[in-house]
Write a protein that binds this ligand. Structure first.
Ligand SMILES: NC(=O)c1ccc[n+]([C@@H]2O[C@H](COP(=O)([O-])OP(=O)(O)OC[C@H]3O[C@@H](n4cnc5c(N)ncnc54)[C@H](OP(=O)(O)O)[C@@H]3O)[C@@H](O)[C@H]2O)c1
Length: 269
């Protein structure tokens, strides 16, 4: 199929594009300034001749208004433009924890974006990944960010008790899911997490081991971390810290079963 890959220049785009190529699809990458899902400019031209859309555009950080525009209005624009262009297959990569009553604007706006996809008559699949690890493009990658701190700092600050759980899923597994969902759209929403639920400190320990660095955790008080998230140079925004401390796990059995994918373990890179 000719597939419009929206968000091709980002981290997940860098992982998903080669998988689409390998599956024999003709990929048309979309990112700004060529087209913009928020304004809708350029979408009709970008979609011309496309049979499918993979929608990865999103942001983890930003004001409520910005996230509302990008996730909710942007996804509505893209759904409408896809329908108008006759691109029937639609895969949306949302996020685990998306919920209308979520604690952060990211989670609430992702939930409403999902709703716009589900309410359409397209042949849709929604995938909701937890933290993604592994090869990809240049965008925000938690494992790479944490690795940067572990490489540079003599000790590793750990927010609070470090026991909140993560369930990292590989970018390769997610890409396999996107390819499978395009082939057999399920009109279903799948949570996508890896095979293990790991305390944050264990995630850090594995990243340090993979880098060949000693792991020297030091507790970092949560209130201080919250205050620092307001500073521009701090690696996490306030909402990212909230989501990290709440943990991010899911039931991902259906994703691996339905799509016949073998779950890849997180080895620290
Ligand atoms: N990375 C993870 O661990 C993870 C986990 C769960 C869910 N997700 C979700 O997966 C999606 C992709 O994540 P990512 O890590 O690949 O993010 P990313 O690296 O920041 O990439 C975001 C992409 O969206 C595009 N984009 C932003 N605003 C746009 C607009 N108005 N119109 C068109 N394109 C626009 C960007 O393109 P330009 O800036 O070049 O225009 C870029 O290609 C996001 O929705 C994210 O919330 C990611």
């Amino acid at each position: 199929m000719r597939v419009l890959l929206v968000g091709a220049s980002g981290y997940l785009g860098g992982a998903i594009r080669p998988a689409l190529d390998a599956a024999g699809h003709e990929v048309r990458p979309l990112s700004r300034p060529g087209a913009d899902i928020v304004t809708g400019a350029g979408l009709a031209a970008a979609l011309e001749g496309c049979e499918a859309v993979v929608h990865l555009a999103g942001a983890l950080r930003g004001s409520g208004d910005f996230l509302e525009a990008l996730h909710v209005r942007g996804t509505r624009n893209l759904v409408e433009a896809s329908r108008a262009a006759g691109a029937r297959r639609f895969v949306y990569v949302s996020a685990a924890g998306a919920s209308p009553g979520g604690a952060t604007a990211y989670q609430r706006t992702k939930a409403r974006a999902e709703e716009a996809v589900r309410a359409s008559d397209l042949e849709w699949t929604v995938l909701r990944p937890t933290v993604v690890f592994g090869p990809g493009g240049p965008g925000p990658n938690l494992v790479r960010q944490l690795g940067g701190v572990l490489r540079a700092a003599p000790v590793m600050p750990v927010f609070g008790d470090g026991r909140y759980l993560l369930q990292p899923v590989s970018s390769g597994n997610l890409a396999e899911g996107v390819v499978a969902a395009l082939a057999a759209p399920a009109r279903r929403t799948y949570d996508v997490g890896g095979p293990e639920r790991l305390p944050y400190v264990e995630v850090l320990r594995r990243i340090a081991a993979a880098l060949g660095r000693p792991f020297r955790p030091v507790p970092f008080p949560v209130p201080l971390a919250r205050a620092l998230t307001r500073l521009p140079g701090f690696p996490l925004g306030p909402e990212e810290l909230t989501m990290l401390l709440a943990g991010n796990t899911c039931e991902a059995g259906a994703f691996f079963r339905d799509f016949g994918i073998r779950a890849e373990r997180f080895e620290g890179r």
